[in-house]
Design a protein. Structure first.
Length: 274
């Protein structure tokens, strides 16, 4: 067997030509992206552009006080429809009305707060008492205390804040006849600030015991505390220790009802012994 020029044995067979359609294709270094990949890239670009447009629209829709970090200023709210409606019903009750960052704040005469709350609830739809709290401004010589009422209208999706000024020895009309949920918040305002509410059904302390010496949330209450003790444990504290006697409302737990059967048994025993 003879060898060919390339060193391989020569078998005498003639190499076959490749069949049509079976030619080998030289591999390429990189193939073009498919149509599906192009569609995905285009969809991602559209989504990104839409998200950017939404962010820009939301930023443009913000009020000025949200775009600018500068602290907003108080604005007069005499032209507010709610204020005008209240003035039509309670002309002398509204002492001031202002807006701060979109929130309406109305200062009301102390003796008219219950009537104003009733009008807001029954005529204006502010049916929810969100909160009621006290505040103390010792630098004010006249009426250093405030009661703040936060009302909410579910229909209008709006809050209104009412403020009432008062002094330590002046009662504020209770709004429990209008909002039953004001019962405990008014008791807390009394417990923490000493603000009393006229016609409240149970004007007693709610967090501290009766006779506690002082009101802890007043600005002039000592930070280090005071010798309050605990008058409810007389077996541990002497007469001069603990709270100052007579500073509470005088409320005490009611005596438990006597057992009629026990009373009758005691009477029979006494008769037998006699």
């Amino acid at each position: 067997m003879s060898e060919s020029e390339n060193g391989k044995p020569d078998t005498g067979a003639t190499p076959e030509a490749p069949k049509p359609g079976t030619e080998e294709v030289e591999p390429t270094s990189a193939e073009p992206a498919s149509d599906s990949e192009e569609a995905k890239a285009a969809a991602a670009a559209r989504a990104k552009a839409e998200a950017a447009a939404k962010r820009a629209a939301a930023e443009a829709a913000k009020p000025a006080w949200e775009k600018d970090p500068v602290t907003p200023e108080w604005q007069e709210a005499d032209q507010d429809p709610l204020v005008q409606a209240l003035r039509g019903t309670h002309a002398e009750a509204l002492q001031s009305s202002r807006l701060f960052a979109g929130d309406l704040v109305v200062e009301v005469a102390r003796e008219e707060i219950r009537n104003v709350c009733r009008t807001l609830k029954e005529a204006q739809g502010f049916t929810l008492l969100v909160d009621l709290l006290g505040a103390h401004f010792p630098e004010r010589e006249e009426d250093p205390f405030e009661v703040v009422y936060i009302l909410y209208s579910l229909d209008a999706n709006r809050r209104v804040r009412l403020k009432v000024r008062t002094a330590e020895d002046v009662d504020v009309p209770s709004v429990t006849p209008v909002f039953a949920g004001a019962n405990w918040p008014e008791r807390e305002a009394y417990d923490m600030y000493g603000i009393r509410f006229e016609q409240h059904p149970d004007m007693t302390r709610i967090l501290l015991w009766e006779g506690f010496n002082g009101y802890p949330l007043r600005k002039d209450f000592p930070v280090e505390g005071i010798d309050t003790g605990a008058a409810i444990y007389p077996e541990f504290y002497g007469e001069t220790a603990g709270p100052v006697a007579g500073t509470g409302t005088g409320w005490r737990p009611p005596e438990p009802p006597a057992d009629e059967e026990s009373e009758s048994a005691s009477a029979e025993t006494a008769g037998d012994e006699a």
